[in-house]
Design a protein around this ligand. Structure first.
Ligand code: HEC
Length: 182
């Protein structure tokens, strides 16, 4: 029960473990324990996908879509203490292709992210792992191809997207093949 809400709600957890809140907690645990889909083993072994990854780094995509990060140490309290990183999730090397930070890439919808008014036109870099399982891209799902999604980036990403525009068609295709292997 929140500090300013003393009235019991149906979604509260209860002492017997039967409240809806307990289901919410169990579901959240399940979601935290699910893994990102593995990369496509055949496609990621191709020359084109590997060359595409090098291009991805070279033209600056990886500035935001960071390949490798290490999760916080076990015991770290996050979200103001709402969650403490358990051993199973702490100090793990993961490949999300995201910095999990807010950026203005020109697609903001004016909705403030938690972080105050200055975040109005910012969006969190989406992880690109599992990208091949999705058919609609960007926060609004309005981009139906990867090339469209890339070309929609502006703002902070403008110089990187200009690098993309300057690639030969062959190298653009390699970059897309790399993305499709994720
Ligand atoms: C300045 C940081 C930044 C750079 C540089 C950047 N991106 Fe992004 N990318 C983002 C953000 C933020 C979004 C989410 C935008 C949205 O949802 O409207 C995004 C979204 C995407 C998406 C859609 C993912 C999805 O699941 O919907 C793809 C694909 C993507 N970026 C690929 C690239 C590629 C390829 C490059 C290099 C050519 C690149 N990005 C450069 C920050 C960046």
């Amino acid at each position: 029960v929140a500090q300013f809400d003393q009235v019991p709600d149906p979604e509260d957890a209860d002492a017997n473990g039967n409240g809806i809140g307990d289901d919410v907690e169990a579901f959240a645990r399940f979601m935290r324990a699910t893994k990102a889909p593995p990369r496509d083993p055949n496609l990621s072994a191709t020359f084109d996908a590997q060359a595409g990854e090098a291009i991805f780094v070279q033209i600056g995509c990886a500035i935001c879509h960071v390949r490798t990060i290490t999760t916080a140490s076990p015991g770290t309290a996050i979200n103001g203490g709402a969650f403490v990183v358990p051993p199973a999730l702490g100090n793990k090397i993961i490949h999300p292709f995201s910095d999990f930070l807010l950026h203005d890439v020109g697609t903001g919808d004016g909705i403030v992210q938690n972080g105050g008014p200055s975040t109005r036109n910012k969006l969190r870099t989406p992880p690109l792992w599992g990208l091949r399982t999705r058919a609609q891209f960007m926060h609004d799902g309005q981009s139906l191809t990867l090339t469209e999604a890339i070309l929609r980036h502006g703002g902070e990403a403008t110089f990187v997207i200009n690098n993309f525009r300057a690639l030969s068609q062959t190298n653009k295709n390699r970059l897309i093949t790399f993305l499709r292997s994720l």
